[in-house]
Design a protein around this ligand. Structure first.
Ligand code: TMP
Length: 218
């Protein structure tokens, strides 16, 4: 009989420039301190094939338009690969998974901002993850203008904006509004954290949320 306790599954959501990767590192350190094995990963991506899809999703250019439905289905295809090849096996072997973006991003970007019907997104999200849901989601929230300023700075050092970063302010306002609505609807899973503070303050609040959630789960 398998007596292995399932690992804890944390996802981090929010706009570009919110500090998700920095927070993922802090969460990993925190969990490791209490003896937990961790895996940090990201979406779209996390497997060789899903990383190829990520490249198409972020960098596609040229005359052939990447349609909204194609974008949505590629996101979900990458998610199936990621869940089945990486996330589920890790959780089943007791490893905690910290994932930079997951299905709430699909609800916010392809749903809230691109306008795909919520029922379609919900169906495809559930189909792609097949029962593999996060225990806790941290939503790093910040005003759209602040996110823009941070990504603009990064663009100067790391190169061109991707397909999503190039979208206008209205698109990003819709993404933010959709994330906040999701947090309202799923308030026991999604915790909103003010991302305008220092990384230490943010990490401190998130560590408390994780400990509370771990206490409930165990
Ligand atoms: P990032 O890794 O730099 O955050 O880039 C990933 C981009 O992909 C980001 O702009 C959000 C977008 N995205 C979606 O539109 N839908 C999704 O389901 C996911 C996971 C990401």
């Amino acid at each position: 009989m398998n007596t292995q306790t399932r690992g804890f599954f944390i996802t981090i959501e929010g706009p570009e420039g919110a500090g998700k990767s920095t927070l993922a590192q802090a969460i990993e350190k925190h969990l490791q301190k209490s003896g937990k094995k961790c895996l940090r990963t990201r979406e779209p991506g996390g497997t060789p094939l899903a990383e190829q899809l990520r490249d198409v999703l972020k960098r596609h250019k040229g005359e052939e338009r990447l349609h909204t439905a194609t974008e949505l289905l590629l996101m979900e295809a990458a998610r199936v690969q990621h869940v089945e090849e990486v996330i589920r096996p890790a959780l089943d072997s007791g490893v905690c998974v910290i994932c930079d973006r997951f299905y709430d991003s699909t609800s916010a970007y392809q749903g809230g901002a691109r306008g795909v019907e919520a029922g379609v997104i919900e169906y495809l999200n559930n189909y792609a993850v097949s029962g593999c849901h996060p225990d806790l989601t941290i939503l790093l929230d910040l005003p759209v203008e602040s996110g823009f300023a941070r990504t603009a700075k990064r663009e100067q050092t790391c190169g061109k904006f991707d397909r999503f970063e190039q979208e206008n302010i209205e698109f990003h306002c819709n993404v933010r509004a959709a994330f906040l609505k999701l947090a309202e609807i799923n308030s026991s899973r999604i915790k909103v954290v003010d991302a305008l503070r220092t990384r230490e303050e943010i990490a401190h609040d998130v560590e408390i949320l994780i400990d509370e959630c771990l206490f409930k789960v165990q």
